[in-house]
Structure formats: C-alpha cells, structure tokens
Design a protein around this ligand. Structure first.
Ligand SMILES: [Zn+2]
Length: 149
C-alpha cells in the first residue's frame, strides 16, 4: 500500500503555509511545482483519513462546511473574485479534500468551472506571490464574521 499523499503532506511543509488549521480540518493554497501558480485555488481537507462526506462525524462536517464558507468569503473579499467554485471528486485519493477556486471578473465562459485556472488573463505568480496571497487570505479569515466554533 502506498501512503496516502494527503496524509503524507500533513506531516510536511506546504508552500505558502497553512491558511487555516484546527484539530479537524486544514486549508492550504495549491502550489504548481512546474510553472506559474494560479492565485486562487485552495483545498479544504479533513485531518482524519476518510474517503468522502458520508464518513464524516457531525463535528467534521460542520468544520468542513464552515471553513469552506469562510474561504469562499475570503476569495470575494481579498481576491475580488466574481464567483467561487467548490468541487469534490474523491475518485483518486480516498482522503476528503475540497477544491475551491476563485473565478476572476472577465473570465471567458469557455474557461468556467474546472478550467478557470487555465485562463491566460488570471493572476498567477511564483512562491513569493503565493505566500503574499496566503497572508491576505489568513487576514480575511481572521476578520470573518463567522467563527469556526
Ligand atoms: Zn490520508
């Protein structure tokens, strides 16, 4: 059995650092090792190794929902997104993780949904820009009106 990549990642460093973490869930910005990183793609993950929503405890379900809501608000507030996508697939890695994408104003319709990060006009950057973007998201989460507790 190969180790689950999400469990492995939870033991190591994430570029840009964790945007949020508590005992049940965490969130980080997805970093592209092989080129420019689209600014506006974060993942919410459970700490526990569970394959899908069906296995969540009540507390985990609440934590996933609240964190996803707060990250969505942060995309509107500090990234000027005009829409936020939340995807769950669960086909390849049986450890619950949600893909949260900002869609920026002016994104042509052929790039909507799961191609939103491919639009050439979307903001992209390297490690420094990802780190700065994560700091803005953290600040926005800290000012969020809804508490996780
Ligand atoms: Zn796992």
């Amino acid at each position: 059995m190969e180790e689950c990549p999400i469990c492995a990642k939870h033991k190591g460093q994430v570029p840009g650092g964790l945007i949020y973490e508590d005992e049940l869930v965490s969130a980080h910005h997805v970093y592209n090792q092989s080129g420019e990183t689209f600014l506006g793609y974060v993942r919410t993950e459970t700490k526990r190794h569970v394959p899908s929503f069906a296995e969540l405890t009540l507390a985990e379900a609440q934590a996933v929902g609240l964190l996803t809501t707060r990250l969505s608000r942060a995309f509107f507030q500090c990234a000027s997104a005009d829409h936020v996508y939340v995807f769950f697939y669960g086909d390849h890695v049986p450890h619950l993780h949600l893909h949260i994408f900002a869609r920026y104003p002016g994104t042509p319709e052929e790039y909507w949904r799961n191609r939103v990060d491919e639009w050439p006009g979307s903001p992209k950057g390297g490690a420094n820009e990802v780190t700065a973007f994560c700091e803005r998201l953290r600040a926005s989460l800290a000012n969020s009106m809804i508490s996780i507790h």
